[in-house]
Ligand binder design. Sequence first.
Ligand code: FAD
Ligand code: DLZ
Ligand code: SF4
Length: 535
Amino acid sequence: MFSEVHGCLPRCCRSISLARCCLILGDQLSDSLSSLNLLKPEDAVLMAEVWSEASYVKHHKQKIVLVFSAMRHFADALAASGRQVIYVKLDDPENTQSLVSEVQRAQDRFQFDAWCVTEPGEWRLKQQFEALKAQIKVPFEIIADDRFLCSHDAFKEFLVGRKQPRMEHFYRKIRQSTGLLMEGKQPVGGQWNFDHDNRKALDHRQTPDPPSWPLDATTKDVVELVNTRFANHFGDLHSERSAWPVNREQALQILDHFINERLPSFGDFQDAMVLGKDTLFHSLVSTSLNLGLLSPMEICRAAEDAFHQGHAPINAVEGFIRQIIGWREYVRGLYWAYMPEYKERNTLNANWPLPAFYWDETKTDMVCMSEAIRNTRENAYAHHIQRLMVTGNFALIAGCSIEAVCDWYLSVYADAYEWVELPNTLGMALFADGGVMASKPYCSSGKYIDRMSDYCKGCRYSVKDTETENACPFNYLYWDFLNRHRDRFRTNPRMAMIVRNLDRFSEEKMGAILSRAEAFRHQVETYGGDAVELP
Ligand code: FAD
Ligand code: DLZ
Ligand code: SF4
């Protein structure tokens, strides 16, 4: 049977005509969800924990705990409000373990007159639901997800006539349509973007501890389930406290903490990286936003209010709001505009197997990499610059397989869903889309990491060296990368100068760089990393 049926569903359903069922997915946990809004009191909700969603990539253990616990909390809240809820747990013996087959099983059992679902975030699920719609004998409606500020159609309209769409233009349109940080038609502070103020390395100031919550009974049950069924998945699982909000109340607490303790410094130190400081002044709202526990506008309004009350400066508030109404909406727009072909792109022909140290930071001596991977393993989190300029930059310049890198990012972060992960990884970090997301690759040598962090001081590699035995791998891999793609980048106005620098390298210098890169690759391929002494 079904794990839990809240309300009088089995009896009513047979007698009530026009009873409809709404399938709610694990990242659709919003009271105002478009499909929920359609329901009448006699209609029902189906939620299902299924193996197919929990294992299509090997999600970090904390991500599975978060999604299942948040689903259970949401189902309980719906039931408490009087809604009829069918909830299928993962270990229910009759669970058929896919969303489509669970809809079919519920249909066979309860004979609903119609179904609805809010459009899923991922293209692969949308395809599955389109196929189900054609097959199932009653109407099955897929409703637009209005939890985003820009619809698919509005984004397509934005793309019309733009050869090189850019986030900044999109962002200004959304500022105007939402009125966020606007004075009439003008941006507050006279500028659209205050990023030039947001490049400070951290000084020795204290950073606030992130909030966490003792595990409640629901989450404890899920932790046990994940420890049993997903023991071989990557990542640490904490048995005392949880760092990721599992219900709306906790999500509001994390938002409050961010606005009060972190937002004032968010802008200044947005790009900083510090040993042992895993979250710095970042908001930590991505998991709650992506699950639907918080809405983009309520977060942005809270930040805007903090500015108007004089609590946070404009560079912090504008920079933060841009991430949410700019980047987040923009990557979703690109995802739906370019899928499914987008996922196949590999413009730079990157195919090197992902080094084993991405799964085990002890296999590398590169402090920047081991810090980002440790943070990822311990917290299912790394902040944007760690994702982009450390693990992403390394994968880009080393030429790691696009598919393997995308799977890694989709697996290891608690906030990862393909609609947001793919454009960020394939497009922004790996430049595999040939410049749709970014006008130039985000490649850099160790110099950038040294400027923005304190990592290099304690690293066995020398960030000042490029050719010596002890040289920072980011340095020679960077020039090796530019050399491999010299012809392509020569014609990119933002890369041409750096290619001209490369052209001036002597044959001897270039030869030394290439052999360093080759030796490094060989060692990683042979031993899984660079932390192993060569025999
Ligand atoms: P903050 O730094 O406090 O930023 C505030 C919010 O802005 C975030 O919560 C997020 O909702 C939004 N945001 C910021 N940058 C981006 C961006 N580039 N794209 C979309 N939203 C953004 N974000 C995800 O939510 N899921 C992912 O799977 C994901 N994968 C990424 C992969 C790579 C290679 C890179 C470079 C970035 C990725 N990001 C992803 C974007 C960003 O790194 C995370 O949103 C952010 O680190 C989450 O932490 P935070 O909430 O503390 O963010
Ligand atoms: C991420 C996830 C996981 C781990 N498990 C489930 C699940 O068992 N049931 C479910 O409805 N949703 C789950 N999700 C979220 C879906 O994968 C998500 O809805 C799609 O990726 C679309 O964004
Ligand atoms: Fe990373 Fe190079 Fe700095 Fe070491 S020296 S921390 S490898 S950038």
